[in-house]
Design a protein around this ligand. Structure first.
Ligand code: NCD
Length: 309
């Protein structure tokens, strides 16, 4: 079962709520069904009459727009604030708790991106409607991870047995913090953690049965992996510009790297990319990141319809 945070409400706060592969398969099946319906222009309007509030205290392209598109396609209406840190009363000193209590009176579900780790949990504590964590600072991003695992399943037909490299900013990159625990549900997954020594994967997210191996360089593992999952160096998390500049450009995946990758391997990235994947590889069939972003839409449609049914 999915542990919906052990309350009546179906909050999605962290990846560790997801403990059952069968439940994930059901969710992915629902995403497939909604995709097929969408392609025929026949999405069931199961969320008609509902209001989805998207509160984003940090920038976003895919997460916010895909949640909003997902809601609209299912017949819901959307109220949204994309620049909540400045636009909401938070800017006048209102607490997150108060903002959430107010939005409780206007909407049926809240999709929240907050700049503080733990922000979604703080919101869920006071919320009487479901809260979905759409990224909490350098914490987690569970719906991205679900979309990523859905992508593995679609692209490679399986998750069990895969050799996956997580590359880049593993310290601050919230998508990989949520991805690793979900990968750990599957048998015989190997994960290579490739990062500069300063940006290693935090221990608090490594409670997994996967045997982890750490690397500084990406070259040596390229021929071995089925999945190269690249992340952006998270500029906004660094204390100084200098610190960021020193690490920026640590990894750049280009055509040369791709030659070493297996023919049937894939390259993923939660996006946005800065310079860590050269656009010269976009036309390679192994470049899966734009398909990955599209999968996020259908996965979020499945989640919304599941939570609000
Ligand atoms: C990521 C995020 O916001 O954590 N983007 C996303 O949601 N797809 C990754 C990032 O910003 O680097």
């Amino acid at each position: 079962m999915v542990d919906w945070n052990m309350t009546e409400l179906k909050h999605i706060l962290k990846a560790e709520q997801f403990t059952d592969i069968k439940e994930l398969d059901r969710l992915f099946g629902l995403a497939d069904e909604l995709r097929a319906a969408d392609e025929k222009g026949q999405v069931p309007q199961s969320l008609a009459g509902k209001i989805v509030a998207t509160l984003f205290f940090e920038p976003s392209t895919r997460t916010r727009l895909s949640f909003e598109a997902a809601a609209l396609k299912l017949g819901a209406q959307v109220i949204s604030t994309e620049n909540a840190r400045e636009a909401l009363s938070a800017n006048k000193g209102e607490t997150l708790q108060d903002t959430i209590k107010i939005v409780n009176g206007y909407a049926d579900i809240i999709v929240l991106r907050h700049y503080e780790k733990g922000g979604a949990e703080i919101a869920a504590e006071v919320s009487e409607i479901p809260v979905i964590n759409a990224g909490d600072g350098a914490g987690e991003h569970p719906t991205q991870a679900l979309g990523d695992v859905y992508t593995l399943q679609k692209e490679l037909g399986r998750v069990a047995g895969l050799k996956i490299a997580l590359v880049g900013d593993l310290l601050y990159g919230r998508t990989v913090h949520s991805l690793l625990p979900i990968l750990g549900l599957y048998k015989d997954v190997t994960v290579y953690l490739v990062s500069p020594p300063q940006l290693r994967f935090p221990k608090e997210y490594t409670k997994t049965r996967i045997v982890l191996k750490e690397f500084d360089n990406v070259e040596e593992i390229l021929p071995e992996v089925d999945v190269l999952y690249v992340t952006r160096i998270q500029k906004e998390r660094f204390a100084s510009e200098q610190e960021y500049q020193n690490l920026k450009g640590s990894y750049v995946i280009n055509g040369e790297n791709l030659k070493k990758l297996k023919k049937e391997a894939i390259v993923m990235h939660p996006l946005p990319r800065v310079d860590e994947i050269s656009s010269e590889i976009d036309s390679d069939p192994r470049a899966a990141y734009f398909r990955q972003a599209q999968n996020g839409l259908y996965l979020r449609m499945a989640l919304l319809s599941e939570i609000l049914k």
